[in-house]
Write a protein that binds this ligand. Structure first.
Ligand code: NAP
Length: 325
């Protein structure tokens, strides 16, 4: 699947390209399904080019079977059912990826569903837990609770016994967030999240905030943070430049953190994937975390998948099927 020219979903087209070859330390995967992420829309529009050396094809995660091993790969065999975190190339029938970014299909999850996991789980785990160190009984505020990222963050927050508050933009998304375990769900189009968080935490505020909105929420997030709170910005859907009240930051002894996963060095991604395998995969096996799949479309319908995300219709993930499992 290639982007014929920067533009709308109609620019996505099926195309014959040369098969990737696994280099040293890489595995080749026959892709079964690929996850669709908001970043894919930006790449299609020409606003999010792949990092140097990455595939030009869109797609940050996939599931499938290993069909080739590059020199020096240990721990995987041909035929293994896996999912993988990619720097690109997921919207395809085959992809080569460093072995450190590959995870076994988790117990109790189908091979198709497994495509919904790598990008969201690695993002949420690395930011909320490895970086912001969310602890039991703390309050986590998740913006965009019904997104792929949000549905994962709600479940992982509850898995460690945090209080979870989520924001959504439509009443139709409230029930699913509650079902996933959120303690409070706020429709941000109707209610001011600063006030609601203050009320439900009896003035304490949120210890950790996972933000996907950016500039327009910076001041409100700062006012919502508890003392010693951690604001983690992973998306800038509303803009990148905002005003930060340093007095408030200092008075709250708070931290503002921000990370992007895609451009991180291979070794850092491998460390995140290893931590996910050790800490999150058992939570899937014991039922604390389930992939939330909105719909599965054939790879040829990637344009329709992008339209669904553009209109924010989805709850959880949209997946593309490259071949029958
Ligand atoms: N930094 C990283 O490494 C990294 C990695 C992965 C994803 N991300 C970011 O994480 C975000 C979610 O990604 P995704 O793939 O899961 O996308 P997605 O499913 O398309 O979700 C986007 C979400 O943003 C929410 N949103 C938009 N405006 C909002 C607002 N004003 N207040 C609260 N929520 C708002 C939407 O909620 P409603 O539809 O309910 O309005 C929607 O649920 C994206 O911004 C993406 O770029 C970052």
């Amino acid at each position: 699947m290639v982007v014929r020219d920067a533009g709308g979903p109609e620019m996505l087209a099926v195309w014959d390209v040369i098969d990737p070859q696994p280099g040293p330390g890489e595995v080749l995967i026959d892709v079964v399904a690929a996850g669709v992420n908001r970043a894919d829309l930006l790449q299609r529009q020409g606003n999010y080019p792949p990092p140097p050396g990455a595939s030009e094809l869109i797609g940050l995660e996939c599931s499938g079977r290993i069909s080739g091993l590059g020199p020096g790969v240990e721990g995987f065999e041909i035929g293994d059912e896996v999912c993988a975190l990619l720097a690109g190339g997921g919207y395809a029938e085959r992809v080569a990826v460093p072995a450190g970014q590959v995870l076994p299909r988790p117990e109790g999850v189908t091979l198709v569903e497994a495509a919904a996991l790598p990008e969201t789980v690695c993002t949420v785990w690395s930011n909320i837990f490895m970086l912001a160190s969310l602890r039991p009984q703390e309050t986590l505020l998740v913006h965009g609770g019904a997104s792929g990222i949000g549905t994962t963050a709600i479940q992982l927050g509850k898995a460690v016994d945090a209080r979870v508050i989520a924001t959504v933009g439509a009443d139709s998304k409230v029930a699913k967030c509650l079902e996933l375990g959120a303690d409070t769900v706020i429709n941000y189009r109707k209610d001011d999240f600063v006030e609601v968080v203050k009320q439900v935490t009896e003035g304490h505020g949120a210890d950790v905030i996972l933000d996907v909105v950016g500039a327009p929420y910076l001041d409100r997030n700062m006012r919502t943070l508890a003392t010693a709170g951690r604001l983690v910005v992973i998306g800038m859907q509303g803009g990148r430049t905002g005003e930060l009240d340093l007095g408030l930051l200092l008075a709250k002894r708070a931290a503002v953190l921000a990370t992007g996963l895609r451009a991180r060095p291979v070794q850092e991604k491998a460390a995140i994937v290893a931590s996910v395998r050790d800490n999150v995969w058992p939570l899937i096996a014991d039922g604390h975390l389930r992939p939330v799949v909105h719909t599965v479309l054939p790879l040829e319908e990637a344009g329709e998948a992008h339209r669904i995300l553009e209109d924010s219709e989805q709850i959880g993930k949209v997946l593309l099927l490259a071949r029958e499992p």
